[in-house]
Design a protein around this ligand. Structure first.
Ligand code: SAH
Ligand code: SF4
Length: 352
């Protein structure tokens, strides 16, 4: 589907429409036709012409009236560790990045973006320095998955997991994200299990409450970074309008309702949030919640400074001491493997 032309401005795009909406859009075509089109999109066909169970005049009629997709792959870079980053160009020229990661067992994870840029301004994140260009619509979110899947070699396994850890704050784009999730998880099409989908948020309380209320049932990760409110507000301005005690209450309620373990992510910045106070404050935040802590050594982004000091990676000693203190307090800790560093495809490096 990389070669399709993009003319969204004139024709409505079908790829990101949930099943029912697609049915409405294609009326007066009967529902079984809509289901066929839905399935073809899930397979990632390049054009209406490939929809061989539709009569040729119908394919031509659809082609006149609709676009299948709204984005194209505009570039691709590959890290020796197997990570592949795609540059994707949207109909208005905006760009997003999507990343395919491979773990030691050769399981593949698609890391998707929800916004072009990001408004949250976390000081350690490259995307955060760009500001927000705009929200992505459901087609633009869904198509990142289709694009990543299209580069798969024949013998390779299917993508096993989806994480919304690319560019942007997913919970600030919930209406479009919900539509994309509806398409991704629909068993009549892609049928990806909700348990294999993780949303990562910088901590938008209203969004977490919305997820709980709508029963989205996906996995949730919070980028906590530190449990020290003052330090967190300096690193992640979102803290000012979403205070940590209220955020914890929202997670607690979410967990009561969804019963799922939550991931607390902490990007570790050498000499800044690796002190004993920081692991203590993180432990205090975690108390009463069912969590696993995922530590991410800061991925270098050139020229990034925090209050006048250049940011640096945590040393091996800082990492080990931090992990040890959390484990001594009984927390389950995982360490994120560093992937895609050489292509700036790792967490927080997107936006070149
Ligand atoms: N905006 C969402 C999801 C995208 S960021 C969020 O912030 O949760 C995904 C993860 O990358 C977050 O946990 C964030 O803290 C982390 N991150 C950002 N910049 C980073 C960097 N330079 N090195 C390592 N991790 C980083
Ligand atoms: Fe946005 Fe997440 Fe980066 Fe913060 S870490 S600026 S929320 S993408």
């Amino acid at each position: 589907m990389q070669t399709v032309s993009i003319d969204k401005q004139i024709k409505p795009v079908l790829s990101g429409l949930p099943f029912d909406v697609l049915g409405e859009t294609l009326k007066p075509l009967p529902p079984f036709r809509a289901e066929q089109v839905f399935q073809w999109i899930a397979r990632g066909v390049s054009s209406f012409q490939e929809m061989t169970n539709l009569a040729i005049p119908l394919r031509e009629d659809l082609e006149q009236r609709f676009s299948l997709y709204s984005s194209v792959i505009s570039g691709r870079v590959e890290d020796p560790d197997g990570t592949i980053k795609l540059y994707i160009r949207l109909h208005d020229g905006a760009r997003v990045e999507a990343v395919l990661l491979m773990d030691a067992e050769h399981r593949k994870t698609a890391c998707l973006s929800t916004q072009a840029g990001c408004p949250m301004g976390c000081v350690f994140c490259k995307t955060g320095t760009q500001g927000l260009t705009r929200n992505l619509d459901s087609a633009e979110i869904l198509e990142q998955f289709l694009h990543l899947r299209s580069i798969k070699q024949e013998h390779e396994p299917e993508i096993a997991n989806i994480v919304f850890m690319g560019m942007g704050e997913p919970l600030l784009n919930l209406p479009e994200l919900y539509k994309a999730l509806a398409v991704l998880t629909d068993t009549r099409g892609l049928g990806i299990s909700k348990r294999r989908i993780t949303l990562s948020t910088s901590g938008i309380i209203a969004g977490i409450r919305d997820l709980a209320a709508t029963g989205a049932e996906v996995r949730l990760a919070l980028s906590l970074t530190t449990g020290d409110s003052k330090l967190r507000a300096r690193l992640m301005p979102v803290t000012l309008s979403n205070p940590l005690p209220d955020l914890k209450k929202a997670l607690y309620d979410y967990q009561l309702q969804q019963g799922r373990r939550i991931t607390l992510e902490a990007v570790l910045l050498g000499g800044i949030n690796t002190r004993q106070e920081d692991s203590d404050s993180l432990t205090a935040f975690a108390a009463g919640l069912d969590v696993v802590v995922n530590l991410i050594p800061w991925n270098p982004v050139q020229g990034m400074v925090f209050e006048g000091r250049p940011l640096r990676e945590p040393s091996g000693r800082e990492m080990r001491a931090y992990i040890q203190r959390l484990e001594q307090r009984g927390l389950k800790v995982t360490r994120r493997l560093r992937k895609g560093l050489s292509i700036a495809g790792a967490c927080g490096q997107l936006g070149s």
